[in-house]
Design a protein around this ligand. Structure first.
Ligand code: BGC
Length: 381
């Protein structure tokens, strides 16, 4: 905790924002996004960092992977902290990032054996997680350089991120044109709008892979964070974390977050599903289902700082991953080692392995259709 406080106060002083006594978490106005060089890839490609600020939220986004490299919000006393895990250099993102802050595509989460059949045609994807395909394969959208255009629109500021994935990339059919819009609203909300079109029938499931720690990255584990998820069912998995197809009730299991509880409360219960995931690494079936407009589905709160994140989405699922595979081998932005449970992901999505589960909501996109989903992250303290 001391560590995060020092980092926060130093950061606030450096940018001239009063560290204490601000009262309102949302006191500042929008600023034009500012671009700076973050680093270079091995082939010389420049990677830029875009800094945005609006409504009290500060966001830094990389052109590599559309990565949220830093997201700062104030605590109940107005003190800022970076609440997303990451690195301070491009080399670590390229060499060893477990998808810190990244855009995930073409398919967020796992596809069993990296195989699916669509319209009678079998497709073999890049396999990068045991026998399965995870987060789009070996070179997913998290490892691509995106074209970025800044915008200011009314009281909003933001970025348009573009990436075109060619037919056959990582085994997926069709050329997929992707546009992701990151907006910071005047209320300090971070909104993500995903859009995609294809020239051949394909499957798509885009998401964002921020690891949250609302006490500040480098401040320890998230087990004391309080969480609620508006879901009565989840999708149990096999030992390879592929859903069995069942939509199981959360009632009476460690997966019941309908009423707020801490992340750590049931994480050591010897439930077979927690053994498979080495903790929580599961998809919740959101009660609201697939919706045309983003609806509230989850609230995460750090009682020590008061920082609260509310998530609304159009998506039918939420992968809650409790940072189980962070193993003390990565040094994060704040200069400390990340260990198991130092951050958690709340990935809005369609369910894992949907291309092989006809009973799950469909992830098929056809020529002439536009894929559109939205997720909104709202911060308060
Ligand atoms: C998955 C985890 C995986 C992690 C990669 C999460 O979305 O659910 O199983 O290990 O991404 O860091």
């Amino acid at each position: 905790m001391d560590m995060s406080r020092r980092t926060v106060i130093a950061g606030a002083a450096a940018t001239g924002i009063a560290a204490a006594g601000m009262g309102s978490a949302h006191a500042t106005g929008g600023r034009k996004p500012v671009k700076s060089l973050f680093g270079k890839l091995a082939d010389g490609t420049k990677v830029y960092s875009w800094a945005l600020e609006n409504g009290g939220t500060r966001l830094k986004v990389l052109s590599y992977g559309g990565i949220v490299q830093s997201l700062e919000v104030p605590d109940r006393r107005g003190r800022y902290a970076n609440v997303s895990l990451g690195f301070d250099n491009i080399e670590d993102y390229v060499a060893k990032s477990p998808y810190f802050g990244a855009l995930i595509g073409r398919y967020g989460n796992r596809i069993g054996k990296g195989r699916f059949t669509l319209d009678g045609k079998a497709h073999q994807l890049s396999v990068n997680d045991g026998e399965n395909s995870l987060h789009g394969g070996a070179q997913g959208f998290d490892k691509r350089v995106w074209d970025i255009e800044p915008f200011t629109k009314g009281s909003d500021v933001g970025l348009y991120l573009y990436y075109t994935s060619v037919d056959g990339e990582m085994g997926y059919p069709g050329t997929l044109k992707t546009k992701v819009t990151y907006t910071l609203t005047r209320h300090g909300d971070w909104r993500i709008d995903y859009e995609a079109t294809t020239d051949k029938a394909t499957v798509v499931n885009l998401t964002s892979h921020v690891y949250w720690n609302l006490a500040g990255e480098s401040s320890g584990t998230i087990y004391d964070h309080e969480l609620s998820i508006a879901a009565s069912r989840y999708t149990p998995v096999d030992s390879g974390l592929i859903p069995t197809g069942e939509l199981a009730r959360v009632w009476g299991t460690p997966f019941d977050f309908r009423r707020t509880k801490t992340v750590g409360e049931d994480i050591r219960v010897p439930h077979q599903q927690l053994l498979y995931g080495k903790g929580i690494d599961h998809n919740w079936v959101l009660d609201k289902g697939l919706t045309a407009r983003p609806e509230h589905i989850a609230t995460l709160r750090d009682p020590s700082s008061g920082r609260t994140l509310k998530i609304a989405t159009t998506e039918p699922g939420l992968q809650f991953y409790s940072g189980n595979f962070l193993d003390g081998t990565l040094v994060g932005t704040g200069g400390t080692v990340y260990r198991q449970g130092d951050g958690l992901c709340l990935e809005t999505q369609h369910f894992p392995d949907s291309p092989n589960k006809p009973s799950f909501p469909s992830t098929v996109l056809r020529p002439g259709q536009t894929y559109r989903t939205t997720t909104v992250h709202s911060f308060s303290a």
